[in-house]
Design a protein around this ligand. Structure first.
Ligand SMILES: Nc1nc2c(ncn2[C@@H]2O[C@H](COP(=O)(O)OP(=O)(O)OP(=O)(O)O)[C@@H](O)[C@H]2O)c(=O)[nH]1
Length: 329
């Protein structure tokens, strides 16, 4: 549970906002009902129930987009209702809601929702002048301060989103080639093991190693060696489906994880990759580069470490047999 909260920002925020709403709004709802303001009391308690339902939905389904949007819409409607019913007293609730929304949905979506909510409030306030605000000056002050708060909350949330994405990219990809890194490979192999056990979805592994890469570095320089590694990833991806994933295993060794595949198709695909790399990657003097490949189909009740080890042994065998070939585990 703590792991999920740590790894999923929107799930953590939905849970936090849900808890704050339950703790802070419930007493107000009960007080409003007790003092005879049934509309605001009911609105408060509906908001609390919606917050609980949305948080529960997010935890059960793993999807935070729909529950977040649902909670944000309920907040906007609730804030409108509270302002209309309580007048000036209700306006203070708009400020925390305004910030909460940026924790629930993506920044641009939150900004549009707020613009719609404040726009509706503006229209109602102009149609019924004494309903919400005591004076025009008060109305002006409210819309200026909420607009400034929304704008700054948006800028902050947008920058935080960019930084979160960048951090995620740095933590999951190899900095030279952009392929998935070793850590992501381990995670995805664990996913493949669990999908095979639950859904009988069988995966295949292709382990590729460029041949005589040391000589390439020695003969053409490290910069050319790096360029070959950078070129290799899009070349592989151009021969794969979108659902197939490419990872850098280390050095000049790469792994392709292929979902929903049969042994014969996996071997055919590995052969296509081997021939494709030889044809498409050309050294500065026009020489070709070759790869040795080990392939291994997933087996029932096998750990991902054992599965990867079988592919590694097959690759070792391909090198041993003279390189530039595919060997099946
Ligand atoms: N340019 C470059 N070279 C790298 C990088 N990572 C590893 N290497 C080089 O890759 C070479 C790997 O050499 P070896 O493990 O001996 O393998 P090989 O020369 O490809 O020989 P075989 O695998 O047996 O065909 C080493 O010279 C490493 O320095 C990198 O990021 N960039």
């Amino acid at each position: 549970m703590l792991e999920r909260l740590k790894n999923d920002f929107y799930l953590a925020m939905l849970t936090l906002v849900g808890c704050i709403i339950v703790l802070c709004v419930t007493p107000y709802g009960i007080y409003r009902l007790y003092s005879g303001n049934y509309i605001v009391g009911a609105a408060d308690l509906i908001m609390v129930l919606c917050a609980i339902a949305a948080t529960r939905m997010a935890w059960r389904s793993g999807d935070t987009v729909k529950p977040g949007l649902f909670m944000a819409l309920v907040f906007c409607a609730g804030a409108l209702l509270v302002c209309i019913n309580l007048g000036v007293d209700g306006l203070f609730w708009v400020y925390p809601f305004l910030v909460f929304i940026f924790f629930l949905v993506a920044p641009i979506r939150a900004f549009v929702l707020l613009a719609l909510m404040l726009g509706s409030l503006f229209v109602i306030a102009n149609l019924y002048p004494q309903l919400i605000f005591a004076s025009r000056f008060q109305m002006l002050a409210f819309f200026v301060t909420t607009s400034i708060t929304s704008l700054f909350a948006f800028i902050f949330a947008y920058r935080a989103q960019l930084q979160r994405r960048e951090l995620q990219r740095l933590a999951t990809t190899d900095s030279l080639t952009g392929a998935g890194n070793r850590r992501t490979l381990n995670d995805q192999l664990a996913v493949a093991i669990s999908e095979f056990a639950r859904l009988s979805r069988q995966y295949g592994l292709i382990l590729l190693d460029l041949d005589h890469f040391k000589q390439i570095n020695d003969n053409y320089g490290h910069k050319v060696g790096d360029q070959i590694l950078i070129e290799l990833v899009p070349v592989l991806q151009s021969m794969l489906r979108q659902s197939d994933q490419v990872f850098r295993f280390g050095g000049e060794e790469f792994v392709v994880l292929v979902a929903d595949i049969k042994q014969a198709d996996l071997e055919r695909l590995a052969e296509k990759l081997r021939a494709g790399v030889q044809r498409k990657i050309i050294l500065p003097d026009g020489a070709q580069i070759t790869t040795s490949i080990g392939v291994a189909m997933q087996k029932a009740d096998e750990s991902w470490e054992a599965w990867l080890h079988r592919a590694d042994l097959a690759l070792y065998e391909a090198k041993h047999q003279g390189r530039n070939r595919v060997v099946t585990a």
